[in-house]
Design a protein around this ligand. Structure first.
Ligand SMILES: NC(=O)c1ccc[n+]([C@@H]2O[C@H](COP(=O)([O-])OP(=O)(O)OC[C@H]3O[C@@H](n4cnc5c(N)ncnc54)[C@H](O)[C@@H]3O)[C@@H](O)[C@H]2O)c1
Length: 249
């Protein structure tokens, strides 16, 4: 059931972190992977590592790029079985500290990007009568956190896009779920910090997790593969926390 031979998976944000780990796991499980990211150098590297076709480089906040990304999967492989929306950014600020530009930027990428990619993918999957979409939500889309107001709002929107689209397409053979990671050791974890990242800061982050450690990206990627697979045939509209117990408290 976790065999992805002959499956076509498009992964956004596939150049780094959990998107890259997901692309690698799909490839190892036999899928044909279309790597999509705005970071050309890293995208080329990941695609080459997994012997995939050249990546598609562009910005998921651009609706026409998202149309083009889905069209490229269909042109190259004749179908699209799986869409993973992993591309995302963070802004670390409270409400009054968030500029208009930061607010618009995070909504454009984290929310509009998921909407544009999913809308384009659903059109193809509906024709096929099958498909799976996995969105990257976050524990911060379910519970609040201080100092990341716009990020929390954007992930809350991703969760609601997931639930609403799951219901809209439940009769179309399309399952739509979200994976909601806790603290994962990727470049995002240390990016946009106002103070330099220290070993003490990393330890404090690990200590804030019930298991006492950060996740490795592959620990989230494996759950993405499960949600994309026939093993998750009775799951749609679910928010799946992968957070070592963080939200269980
Ligand atoms: N790291 C964490 O602790 C954590 C926790 C919960 C959720 N998340 C979410 O998981 C997802 C993956 O994050 P990550 O931690 O692997 O981050 P990351 O920074 O390592 O990777 C994000 C990737 O998205 C790409 N990207 C960003 N904006 C883009 C755009 N407009 N168009 C195309 N590509 C774009 C980047 O180039 C990068 O390759 C994100 O949606 C993030 O919000 C991360």
């Amino acid at each position: 059931m976790m065999d992805f031979a002959d499956k076509v998976a498009l992964v956004t944000g596939a150049a780094s972190g959990m998107g890259a780990a997901t692309a690698r796991e799909f490839s190892a499980a036999g899928a044909r992977v279309l790597v999509v990211d705005r970071n050309a150098d890293l995208a080329v590297q990941v695609a080459s590592d997994i012997s995939a076709d050249p990546p598609l480089v562009g910005d998921v906040s651009d609706s026409s790029f998202c149309q083009q990304a889905v069209a490229t999967a269909v042109e190259r492989y004749g179908r699209l079985d799986i869409l993973v929306n992993a591309a995302g950014i963070i802004v670390r600020a409270d409400g009054p500290g968030t500029t208009d530009e930061q607010w618009q930027r995070i909504m454009n990428v984290n929310v509009n990007g998921v909407f544009y990619m999913s809308r384009a993918a659903v059109a193809v999957m509906k024709e096929q009568g099958s498909g799976a979409i996995v969105n990257f939500g976050s524990i911060w889309g379910e519970v609040g956190a201080a100092g990341v107001m716009a990020y929390c709002a954007s992930k809350g929107a991703v969760h609601q896009i997931t639930r609403a689209m799951a219901l809209d397409h439940v009769k179309d053979g399309i399952r739509i779920n979200a994976v909601c990671p806790g603290e994962v050791n990727t470049p995002m974890l240390t990016s946009e910090r106002s103070a330099p990242v220290t070993a003490e800061m990393m330890q404090a982050l690990a200590d804030s997790v019930p298991m006492g450690r950060l996740a490795a990206p592959v620990e989230i990627a494996r759950v993405v593969l499960f949600l994309s697979s026939d093993a998750a045939s009775y799951m749609t509209g679910a928010m799946v926390n992968v957070d070592a117990g963080f939200t269980a408290r």
